[in-house]
Design a protein around this ligand. Structure first.
Ligand SMILES: Cc1cc2nc3c(=O)[nH]c(=O)nc-3n(C[C@H](O)[C@H](O)[C@H](O)COP(=O)(O)O)c2cc1C
Ligand code: SF4
Length: 665
């Protein structure tokens, strides 16, 4: 691709997609028609560059409309947003859901990650490959790649995907079809017949439809009508085996309140927490959250009250709230279930958080593979706005707060709290070095509190029952209810809610244990960045400290169970491939280390080890842990190390000869 402005214009459809987001081009400087006025002025400077944060939404708009982003479309976006083409190219190529190569309108993403692999993903993968050829075989596929040539194959392309966050219904696939109103279908458990159909004809009049000169009213990004083919998606409560249990706190509305209706939410206790917050005042809210002992549920378990207090006391304004709904850790799906089943609770909780820290804008960064959650949140925000629960004067209190949704585009690293800032700002989603920390220098260089979805929705019961009341749930040091994403070879996978302190065995019993006659061989806690425990080590309490003492971490609540039918070496290779693929490549220990780790594991899993692999893995793992910039590299060796040391995977691998390193050339 030539990295300069092209004179070649975008197609009408590409231009319409961009204009629908940005409004029509106001001048020739922006890629519009030349007018008299253009001869007398030039656009530039800060004002022109201030819309850089719309780069990712603009790329999405074209990708959603056409299926890929052509050079001409990229050039038009660059003109509209005053972004240098080389930088826009760098951003567009960062995300796996965007394509700068021509491809069919329909894309099938087949999850081959660890939870799906434990439940038949390899068979699904093979069947899809039989119908559609190997992944990526479509117009624009790498040269020389063989491609099947039936009519279906012309219309559809497919890719192996990292975890789609549908682990409770594995094996999963997501079908996306570009068009004026892009459509999607979630198939889980998926079959090849369901997901391999050809793309549907475009609805009449869609092609080249141009914007009418006005910014359109906000609309759901995806059509509410899912693509035909896969069976209808079950409601969110189907992912909550405890549904209806009166003891539930965080999940109590799922299956009870209508997730698309604000009145129903209010009838089930919605917006009482915000009213109480407005009575307490910002510092009162922070005091309650601190007294509650709430710790972040996104993985690092940082005290939320301290984070909010540190943000609120910064003198710089504006301050921002960012809700981290990127949820891409393999095995994690709790945030999706909340967003699909109880979306208003997240909107209310974000409003409370914004009030506490003195923010007027909250960004909700949701992973790109969650179409139903996205629609439900867009609907919830629109209804809240219409009823004065968001906007310039929330509930007549004078507090001004609104929420902007930003959609990720297939990059796990964007869940890291500083990478998320870069992604929102229209830069490559690479983590920043810390310090400075987000509370002092975050989004757009302003004080920012980043919180996970589950963390935020915990604030509602805290305000309803009071900080000390909430703190009485769980155990000292780990207070409140906790959500667990239970998947793999268990009888009843799903999202479970238990007070902190329940044991892993109790949780697995609740989930029905393994199939009759089978025992859990291993449980992965905390996801790919977490650690394994053995099937005979299930009696420790699920608390931050309890997990630490057991040599693992609760992380984001992943509890992935493997019975003795699962090939653990293959699981490790998949984990390593995930980290190699998702490393942003910014720092050497992680960029090189994740590749070396995967290579060594592949050799070991094939029985082709040379005796040097285990020492090499330890050395590379230590370098990644000690010298990587962010948590991805720092944790990329955790699960592999625990599998080798605790589960004895590769126990038969020959140890390296002590003289081997010296002998190496
Ligand atoms: C590679 C990486 C990916 C992450 N992904 C997520 C994520 O998807 N969701 C999330 O809430 N936190 C994620 N985190 C943790 C965030 O950096 C941050 O700690 C969290 O959003 C803070 O919110 P909390 O205090 O409410 O937990 C990730 C961290 C790393 C290092
Ligand atoms: S550790 Fe990995 S993901 Fe994190 S900044 Fe370095 S290269 Fe990027």
């Amino acid at each position: 691709m030539d990295l300069q402005h092209l004179e070649a214009p975008p197609t009408d459809a590409e231009r319409a997609a961009v204009d629908a987001l940005l409004g029509p081009a106001g001048s020739a400087w922006e890629g519009g028609d030349r007018t008299e006025g253009d001869l007398r002025r030039a656009d530039g400077g800060h004002t022109a560059r201030a819309r850089r944060d719309l780069l990712l939404p603009a790329l999405h708009a074209v990708n959603d409309r056409i299926g890929w982003v052509s050079e001409e479309a990229l050039g038009y976006i660059c003109r509209r947003l005053t972004v240098p083409p080389a930088e826009a190219y760098g951003v567009a190529t960062f995300y796996s859901m965007l394509s700068l190569r021509e491809r069919p309108r329909r894309q099938v993403h087949v999850c081959t990650d660890i939870a799906c692999a434990a439940r038949g993903a390899q068979r699904l993968r093979a069947e899809v490959a039989e119908r559609l050829g190997e992944p990526g075989h479509a117009p624009g596929a790498p040269e020389g790649a063989p491609r099947a040539d039936g009519p279906e194959q012309q219309d559809v392309t497919w890719a192996e995907s990292p975890c789609l966050g549908l682990c409770e219904r594995a094996p999963a696939a997501l079908v996306l079809e570009a068009g004026e109103r892009p459509r999607y279908a979630v198939a889980a458990p998926a079959t090849a017949e369901e997901v391999c159909g050809p793309a549907l004809p475009e609805p009449a009049g869609a092609n080249g439809a141009s914007a009418n000169g006005h910014r359109p009213a906000p609309r759901t990004t995806f059509s509410p009508e899912p693509l035909p083919g896969p069976a209808a998606e079950p409601p969110p409560e189907a992912s909550v085996p405890q549904v209806g249990d009166p003891g539930l706190i965080l999940l109590r509305r799922i299956g009870a309140a209508d997730p698309e209706d604000l009145d129903s939410y209010r009838a089930h206790g919605g917006y009482t927490a915000l009213r109480r917050a407005l009575l307490l005042g910002p510092s009162g809210v922070i005091r309650e959250v601190t007294d509650a002992g709430l710790a972040g549920r996104g993985g690092a378990a940082f005290p939320t009250g301290r984070k909010w207090a540190a943000t609120a006391q910064r003198p710089e304004t504006p301050r921002y709230l960012v809700c981290n709904a990127d949820e891409s850790e393999p095995g994690t799906f709790k945030d999706r279930v909340i967003m699909e089943g109880d979306p208003f609770s997240l909107i209310e909780a974000m409003t409370v958080a914004g009030y506490a820290i003195g923010a007027q804008t909250g960004y909700l960064y949701i992973r790109g593979e969650y179409p139903r959650a996205l629609s439900r949140l867009e609907n919830a925000i629109a209804q809240a706005r219409a009823r004065g629960l968001l906007g310039p004067d929330v509930l007549g209190s004078g507090f001004s707060f609104d929420i902007e949704i930003r959609r990720g585009a297939g990059a796990y690293i964007c869940g890291e709290e500083t990478a998320i800032f870069n992604s929102i700002e229209g830069l490559r989603g690479e983590p920043r070095s810390k310090p400075p920390f987000p509370v002092e220098y975050g989004l757009f260089g302003r004080p920012t509190a980043v919180n996970n979805v589950e963390t935020l929705v915990n604030v509602l019961p805290i305000l309803q029952m009071g900080g000390p009341g909430y703190a009485s749930i769980g155990v000292p040091g780990s207070t409140g209810p906790k959500l667990y994403c239970v998947s793999g070879t268990v009888a009843r996978p799903g999202v479970y809610e238990l007070p902190f302190g329940a044991t892993l065995r109790e949780l697995l019993e609740l989930a029905g244990g393994c199939a009759p006659g089978r025992e859990p061989r291993a449980v992965l806690l905390g996801g790919a960045a977490g650690g394994f425990v053995r099937g005979d080590e299930l009696d420790f309490p699920l608390t931050v400290q309890g997990a630490r003492d057991a040599g693992t971490t609760l992380g984001s609540g992943v509890v992935l169970v493997f019975d003795d039918t699962v090939d653990m070496a293959a699981v490790l290779v998949r984990i390593a491939a995930f980290f190699r693929d998702e490393s942003c490549g910014q720092c050497v220990p992680c960029r090189v280390g994740t590749v070396r780790q995967e290579e060594a594991l592949i050799r070991l899993s094939r029985g082709a080890g040379t005796g040097t692999e285990l020492p090499l893995l330890r050395e590379v793992g230590a370098a990644m842990r000690d010298a990587s910039i962010c948590g991805l590299g720092q944790t990329a060796w955790n699960a592999v190390e625990s599998a080798i040391d605790r589960l004895g995977v590769f126990a038969g691998a020959a140890p390296a000869s002590p003289t081997a390193p010296e002998e190496a050339p």
